[in-house]
Every structure is written in structure tokens, then in C-alpha cells.
Design a protein. Sequence first.
Length: 325
Amino acid sequence: MSQVLRNVCDDDDMSAAPQVSVFGEALVDLIVTVGGELDAVCGGAPFNAARALGRLGVETAFIGTISEDRFGNDLFTQLTDAGVNVDHVRRTTAPTTLALVELSDDGSASYRFYVDGTAAREIAGDDAHVDEGWIFTGGLGLVLPPVANYIAQLVLERPPTTLALIDINCRPLVITQPDEYRARLNAVVAAADVIKVSDEDLKYLYPGLDSMRAAHRLLEGGPKAVVVTAGSSPVEILTSKGSTQVAVPHVDIVDTVGAGDTFCAGFVAWWVQRSTHSDVHRETLGDLDLVAAAATAGVHASVIAVGRRGADPPYREELSADLWG
């Protein structure tokens, strides 16, 4: 990792340097409905976020390992169809990682992962280094070593010209070394600029604390902003300047698969849009009004996603132009 020299912006055949570099897993969700039907849908938190960013018109690169099996081919195709740069995707003969997703009557999802010997366990390569723009990661990307150690080190060693959003997205059923996981996560939180976390994540990380006290504990760890999602409840935003909320519109939920990933994509897309018109630097991420505006874009993107089966994020034209200022 000390010799991570090649920049993802350096490839001659890229039409534009990525504004967001997404690190982590691509897998297949096997969605089991209440009625017992089974549907295979491309997924994985970083994969979903990268695909959503591409659909929102953000120059995005996905850095991860994807199987050469049929599921892997589907994953690879969906990234390219969304306009995501895949120059740093590593193909492997290891099978695609699977997640069994069980839906409840209200559309909420619970997950069980099948990861041993699969693509999510393999590092894409040590030639991807980011010098500018945003880094996004989370989910299994921060859980499964050695990939998790590689990604954590990349976040810690990134240059000051980059910004990092971490979607904690805990997967307790896969965390076999909780102390090691917490130590890695604490280091990443301290180095990150924005932390997105759900109320369920906070219950796992800080048992015994209510959601807001737990969120403040995360903020004290070092990031400029902490954004807490809790289903249809308002999104809570915390910075050193105080806290505020963003309402979540009512929607008929089909399922919640990919909702948080789509929220993160909308959030980052807002900042990318802003950076084309004004100066965006680390200190602006502590501005409550700006973070709330970004979270509003994230909420409206995720509201569309939960009205569809599986992780099916919206395109830019499906969202109101008013969201982008």
C-alpha cells in the first residue's frame, strides 16, 4: 500500500476524471418476498452507490473485484450502462458474493451474506490512488479483511485534496471480529469528512445509547458532519455548529433495498454539482444549511428508489431541478 502510485485519473482512455471514486463490493441480492418468490438483483452498497451516481450524471469510478461468472457479467454491465468507469475493476474466477434478502410486510429488508471464497474477499489491486474529488466506501468494504484493511488505509492516507464520505452500513452477521472491526471503523471515522449512519447502525455501535447521543459520539470522533437516517423518520444532521432535520416525504414502499446507498449518491451528487459553481472545501461540510440541502437531494433520490423493486436508483431527470440549486 505504501507504493500506491497510479491515479485513477491518469488513464488516457477516460473521457473525464472521476469526481467520485467508489471502493468496495459488488454482489447479488437474492430477494425473498413475503410470498416466497425469489428474485436475483445486482447490489452491494458501494456498487449501488456507484450506479446511482452514474445515473445522476456524476463522473464515477468503481474500484472493486467482480466475478467472471454470469452474475459478475451482469454487475459489470450495469455499471457500464450507468456510465461508471470500470478501468480499475478486477475480474476474478471466484464466484459472486451473495446476499439473501428477506422482505417484511412493510418492505424493510434483513440480510444474510455468503462471502467465503467469493469475489468480495479479494482486493482489486493496489494501483488505484485518488488525488482529487470524493472517495466513497462502506458496507462490506469496511468489514471483510484484507479488503477492509486496504480500503481503510487508503482513506487514512488520502491527500488533503480529497473528501471522504463513509456509509458505515454495519453488517453484524458478517462481523466475526468485532473488536478489530470497531478499531478499523474508529480510525476511518476520525479521518472521514462525512459519516452517514442509520439508526440500526448506531444501535450496534453504541448499545445502550439513544440515537442522538450515539450520533454525537460519532461526531466527536472527528468528521465534519454526521448524517443519520431512520427509515421514514426525518434525517438528523449534526455538525460542530449544531443539528437540524430534513423531512422524508411519504411514499408507498416496495422495498428498502439500496435506499441508503441511493441517499449517499444524491448527497454526494449535490456537492459535486455545487463544486462546479463555487468553492467547496472541507470546512463547508460543517455548514448545517449546506449539509441539509445535500441531504434533501439524497432523500428525494432514495424516495424514488424505495418505490421500486430492488436497488433501482433514479436518473437525474427524474429529480426536480430545484434540488440542485
